[in-house]
Design a binder for this molecule. Structure first.
Ligand code: GDP
Length: 294
C-alpha cells in the first residue's frame, strides 16, 4: 500500500533537487504535484487541500526558498505535515490495571473479529488476561469465528445468544467475571455490509449497557472514500475513541485510510498488517510517514 503515493511524492520533491535556486513558481508547481499525488491516492479532498496549504505556508514562512538546501527543507516540511495528518505523536489506548472493556465496531468485513483476536493475543503476550465477547446477536457464524480464534490463542470467549438483550449480556458478563478474573474484555460486535439504523440502534444499546472504556472503530484501509462516511456515521451515532486500520498490507491506494484520523479527529491506535493473528502493530505516524517518503 502507498507505493504509488510514495513514488509520486518523492518524484515531486526530487525535481527540485540539485537546483541552485527555487522560485516561488517552482514551489507552486511542486505543491500542485503533491496535491494531485494525494488526490490520486484517494486522500480526501479537504485533507489534501489543507495539507498543501500548510506546506506552502511553512515553506514560505521558514524562508525555505532562500536556504542552501531548499529541496531537503521542503521534504522535511512535507514529512512533518504527513506525520501531523496521521495523528502526530503515537498514542496508546487507555489501559487501567483492571476493568478495561473495549468495544469493537465497524462494518462487516472490515476485520473486526480478526482484530479482536489480534488484540487479545497482543495483550495476552504482554501479561494481560483478556476475555473475548462474541456479541453478534444475529449471526451465529460470526460468533463461531471468534470462538475458533479464541481457541487458537488460548483466550476464553463468552458468546451471546440469538437476540439476547443487552442487559442480559451485561449480567452474563458480570457473572462470568466473578469466577474467571479478567482485566481486559474485548467485545466483538455485529457488523453489517452498510451502515443502517437498526445496526446503530442495537450497537448503541449494547454500548450503553456495557459502558466500554474504549470504543474502537475498525476501518478497512482498502475501502476508499466510503471508509470516511462510515467513520463519520459511527462517530456520530456510537461515539468512538480510537481507530484501527486494517489491511494496510493490501495493494489499494490507501489515501482514504490516511485521511481517517483527520476526518474523525480520533487517533489511530493500531494497524492490521496481515491476515495472521500476529499481524497487528501499534500505529506510529512518524514511521509510516518515513516509509511513504522513503
Ligand atoms: P468482520 O466481518 O469485520 O469481523 O471481518 P473479519 O475479521 O471476518 O475479516 C474479514 C477478512 O479480512 C478476513 O478474511 C480476514 O482474514 C481479513 N483481514 C482482517 N484484517 C486483515 C489485515 O490486517 N490484513 C489482511 N490482509 N487481511 C485482513
Amino acid at each position: 500500500m502507498f507505493e504509488t503515493l510514495s513514488q509520486r511524492l518523492r518524484a515531486a520533491v526530487d525535481r527540485l533537487r540539485g537546483r541552485g535556486r527555487i522560485s516561488e513558481e517552482d514551489l507552486r508547481s511542486t505543491l500542485r504535484e503533491i496535491r494531485v499525488a494525494l488526490l490520486e491516492a484517494d486522500v480526501n479532498f479537504e485533507v489534501a487541500k489543507g495539507f498543501v496549504q500548510r506546506v506552502q505556508e511553512k515553506a514560505l514562512g521558514k524562508a525555505v526558498l532562500e536556504s542552501l538546501t531548499p529541496a531537503e527543507q521542503i521534504l522535511t516540511v512535507v514529512y512533518e505535515e504527513l506525520v501531523e495528518m496521521l495523528g502526530g505523536e503515537a498514542r496508546q489506548p487507555v489501559l487501567k490495571s483492571e476493568g478495561n472493556l473495549w468495544f469493537m465496531v465497524g462494518l462487516q468485513g472490515s476485520g473486526k473479529t480478526t482484530t479482536s483476536g489480534k488484540l487479545a493475543l497482543f495483550y495476552k503476550s504482554k501479561g494481560r488476561r483478556p476475555l473475548l465477547v462474541a456479541a453478534d446477536t444475529q449471526r451465529p457464524a460470526a460468533r463461531e469465528q471468534l470462538r475458533i480464534l479464541g481457541e487458537r490463542i488460548g483466550v476464553p470467549v463468552l458468546e451471546v445468544a440469538d437476540g439476547e438483550p443487552p442487559e442480559t449480556t451485561r449480567a452474563r458478563l458480570r457473572q462470568h467475571l466473578t469466577f474467571d478474573y479478567r482485566d481486559l474484555v474485548i467485545v466483538d460486535t455485529a457488523g453489517r455490509l452498510q451502515v443502517d439504523e437498526a445496526l446503530m440502534e442495537e450497537l448503541y444499546r449494547l454500548k450503553v449497557a456495557l459502558g466500554p472504556s474504549e470504543t474502537f472503530l475498525v476501518v478497512d484501509a482498502m475501502t476508499g472514500q466510503e471508509a470516511l462516511s462510515v467513520s463519520r456515521a459511527f462517530e456520530e451515532r456510537i461515539g468512538v475513541t480510537g481507530l484501527v486500520l486494517t489491511k494496510l498490507d493490501g495493494d489499494a491506494r490507501g489515501g482514504a485510510a490516511l485521511s481517517a484520523r483527520y476526518v474523525t479527529g480520533k487517533p489511530i491506535y493500531f494497524a492490521g498488517v496481515s491476515e495472521k493473528l500476529e499481524g497487528l502493530e501499534p500505529f506510529y505516524p512518524d514511521r509510516l510517514a518515513q516509509r511513504i517518503l522513503g
